[in-house]
Structure formats: structure tokens, C-alpha cells
Design a protein around this ligand. Structure first.
Ligand code: FAD
Length: 382
């Protein structure tokens, strides 16, 4: 919208569009929720075989070494047919951290199966009393000989019950001050003895979330990423990626298109009040896309994003939730039904989308925390 493809990019877009249209599985298209990792395994494999499962990875690790604009083109063309992005935790969050902080052995062992989609990763950061204040985490990992012995509990671990491995933050020095200085970053096999996973059903009716209980789980020392007690830096590397990728405006454009389909079907486009609200939110989504585009340009120029990552998360997620409010209004009484609402232009998910997107302002650091970041770093408030 804010930038014209170069000739090479236009050729790449045409190639991606034709391939995605022919290969994105019909069953995965148009869902308002993120499909679980087992549903996307075949899609991941197909993208891998085409060379597109990790466009952002350098070529030396089997990636495409794509420019940031090629990455955006791929994401946009996949979203255009309503197909899902790949489960991000392995390729987008863990892999860049491993490339920056992992040993050669860790890279050789863990990067190839992330690329192919054969091994799917969960993120074990949050605990019952450590979410926004993550540094308060209490899961203990005591180094005994060549193993850590890990005991504690993780919560809100997306799809842990569907994943093979989990990268986790654990407390290796309980006396460290500040408390961030006593945390390490461990890779934990979810099949390990002493580990129990219990799925949690969400208000949207899916079981994306889970609790992970660790009871004297033995983790080899070689699974430590970065220095002992130095996991906070590794974790923050991962969170920077999460904030920007969560802010891609494509979800907003998908909901906007659904609102228009419902509004057309229900005659609401003739209602001046509804049209006003629709135009207002559409302008906000376009402004969000402009900010996203600006951040992509900064990233392409190798500039640090700083508090911009927090700003885009606030703008994008709050626009998404206001869109969902308008989606419910456009559906009228049919919004109360659980299944999709029929329109002449095809079915539209309403209740599931509304409930599902409640999470957008929480995960990856809630919007209140993002506002604290802006208050401190941009406005200089302490
Ligand atoms: C869909 C979903 C998927 C998730 N997936 C994962 C995952 O895979 N792995 C993982 O580790 N975690 C995951 N999380 C957890 C997520 O990171 C936490 O929910 C989030 O960090 C908030 O922590 P909390 O839930 O403990 O809330 P709390 O930290 O208890 O916060 C409760 C409320 O208080 C507010 N608040 C807290 N502190 C402050 C403050 N200083 N100033 C102002 N307001 C404040 C918060 O904004 C929030 O509104 C997921 C969460 C969701 C919703």
C-alpha cells in the first residue's frame, strides 16, 4: 500500500502468488484462529520444500537470505489467500537466538529440524506469578554434575501439548541481584521424564494454551544457551522479534474484509452511522499499516526499533480488537452463534474471531507494559 514493488520484487510476488494459490491447503484457509502445529505440519513441509519456510534465515543455515521486503511479500501473499503463517516459535523466535548465542553443536542439532518443521518448539517463559514481571520467575534449575535438575511450573505455554521441545527461562541463581542476573535459557525435551503437560481451554473454545509442570527434570548441561545466569539477554533477543511480528497488519485487513462482507449482506452499508464507524476504523488500519511499513524500512536500513516495537503493538492490537467489536455489530444477532455466519460472499467467523483476538493485547507483553515502555523511553517519564 505504501511502497511499490521493484521489478525484481514484482516478479517474486507473482511467483509466490501463483505457488501459494496452488499449494496452500484449502482446509487451513480463512480460519480466524491460529491452527495448531499438527494442522500446519504439511503446510510447513511444503514451504520448506519450496525453500520458503525460513526466508529470513541466512543462507548458511539453509534459509533464503531474503530481504525484509521479500519476507513481507511472502507473508502478504500467504495471508491474501487466508492461509496461516507458520508456527513462529521455532523459526522466528528461537532460531535467531540460537544463531546469536548457540554453540555450533546446538545450531547443528536444532536448526535443521526447525527449518523442515519436523521439530516444533514451545516457549516456556511465563509462570503463575511471573508474567509481566517475568524476572520474578521461580522455576529452579540446579546444576548437578553434567545436568540441570529443573523443578517448577510454566503456564500459558502455547501448544506445549503439540510441541516436541520447549525453550525456557529458569532460575539458576536464587540470590542474584538484580533478579534478572540469576536466570538461564535452557532447551528442554518435552518427552523428558518428570514433565507433565496439561492443556487449558480458552474462551474461544480451543486448547492453544497449556501448563507445564517440571518435577526434577534432568536437562543436559549442553542444552544451556548463552552463559550460565546470562539467559535474560537471550530472552530479550527473542521478545524483540515477537513484538514486531505480532504487529503485522494483515489480520486487521482480513477482519476488515469480513466486516464488509457482513455489512453488505445485512444492508448496513446504507446506514450512515455504521459507515462512519467503518471508515474511521479503516483509516486507523491504514495508519497502522503505514507505521508497520515505516518499521520495516527502519529494519531494512539496519536501524534499531527501540520503543517503536511497543508503539506498533499497541496500535495494531487495539485496532484489531475494535475491528472485532464492529464485526459483532455487523453480524447482528447471528454474532451469538458459535459457528461461522453465512453471507452471499461466503461464511464469516464472528464469535470465534471476537473471542480469539482478546489475547492480542496480552501475549508478548501486555499493552499496559508496552505503554510503560513508551512512557519511559519516548516521554522520559520515570
Ligand atoms: C494467547 C496467549 C499465548 C501465550 N503464549 C505464551 C507462551 O507460549 N509462552 C509463555 O511463556 N507465555 C505465553 N503467554 C503469556 C503472556 O506472556 C502473559 O500472559 C503476559 O506476559 C502477561 O502476564 P500475566 O498473564 O501473568 O498477567 P499479569 O502480569 O499478572 O498482569 C495482569 C494485568 O496487570 C497489568 N500489569 C501488570 N504489571 C503492570 C505494570 N507494571 N504496569 C501496568 N499494568 C500492569 C497487565 O497489563 C495485565 O492487565 C501467552 C498469553 C496469551 C494470552
Amino acid at each position: 500500500m505504501f511502497r511499490k514493488d521493484s521489478d525484481d520484487e514484482a516478479r517474486f510476488r507473482a511467483e509466490v502468488r501463483a505457488w501459494v494459490e496452488a499449494n496452500a491447503p484449502a482446509a487451513l484457509r480463512g480460519s480466524s484462529r491460529r491452527p495448531n502445529p499438527s494442522e500446519t505440519r504439511a503446510w510447513h513441509r511444503a514451504l520448506y520444500e519450496r525453500g520458503w519456510s525460513a526466508p529470513h534465515w541466512p543462507r548458511e543455515y539453509g534459509g533464503m537470505g531474503a530481504t525484509i521486503y521479500q519476507q513481507v511479500i511472502l507473508a502478504e501473499e500467504i495471508a491474501r489467500v487466508g492461509a496461516p503463517a507458520l508456527h513462529p516459535l521455532g523459526p522466528h523466535f528461537l532460531a535467531p537466538a540460537l544463531m546469536a548465542y548457540g554453540t555450533d553443536a546446538q545450531k547443528q542439532r536444532h536448526l535443521p529440524p526447525i527449518l523442515t518443521g519436523d521439530v516444533v518448539w514451545a516457549q516456556g517463559y511465563s509462570e503463575p506469578n511471573a508474567g509481566s514481571d517475568l524476572a520474578s520467575l521461580r522455576t529452579r534449575a540446579d546444576l548437578v554434575g553434567d545436568h540441570f535438575v529443573v523443578t517448577g511450573q510454566k503456564i500459558w505455554t502455547s501448544w506445549a501439548h503439540e510441541c516436541d521441545w520447549m525453550f525456557a527461562l529458569v532460575r539458576t541463581d536464587p540470590d542474584a541481584k538484580p533478579k534478572q542476573a540469576g536466570i538461564s535459557f535452557l532447551l528442554i525435551d518435552l518427552e523428558s521424564p518428570g514433565l507433565t503437560i496439561r492443556p487449558i481451554e480458552t474462551i474461544a473454545g480451543d486448547d492453544e494454551l497449556a501448563e507445564v509442570f517440571l518435577d526434577n527434570v534432568r536437562v543436559p548441561r549442553e542444552n544451556l544457551v548463552g552463559p550460565l545466569h546470562g539467559g535474560w539477554k537471550v530472552a530479550n533477543h527473542v521478545l524483540g522479534f515477537e513484538r514486531v511480528t505480532s504487529a503485522n497488519p494483515y489480520r486487521c485487513f482480513m477482519v476488515l474484509a469480513d466486516i464488509k462482507r457482513l455489512a453488505r449482506a445485512n444492508g448496513l452499508l446504507d446506514d450512515a452511522g455504521f459507515r462512519d464507524r467503518l471508515v474511521e476504523i479503516e483509516l486507523d488500519v491504514i495508519a497502522h499499516a503505514a507505521i508497520f511499513n515505516h518499521l520495516i524500512e527502519l529494519a531494512a536500513a539496519g536501524k534499531p526499533l527501540g520503543a517503536d516495537a511497543s508503539i506498533i503493538m499497541i496500535v495494531g492490537t487495539e485496532a484489531l480488537q475494535r475491528l472485532c467489536d464492529l464485526l459483532v455489530e455487523a453480524a447482528g444477532p447471528a454474532a451469538a452463534q458459535r459457528g461461522p455466519v453465512a453471507t452471499p460472499d461466503g461464511p464469516v467467523e464472528v464469535a470465534t474471531a471476537f473471542l480469539y483476538h482478546r489475547h492480542a493485547t496480552i501475549y508478548g507483553g501486555s499493552n499496559e507494559i508496552q505503554r510503560n515502555v513508551v512512557a519511559k523511553r519516548v516521554l522520559g517519564m520515570n
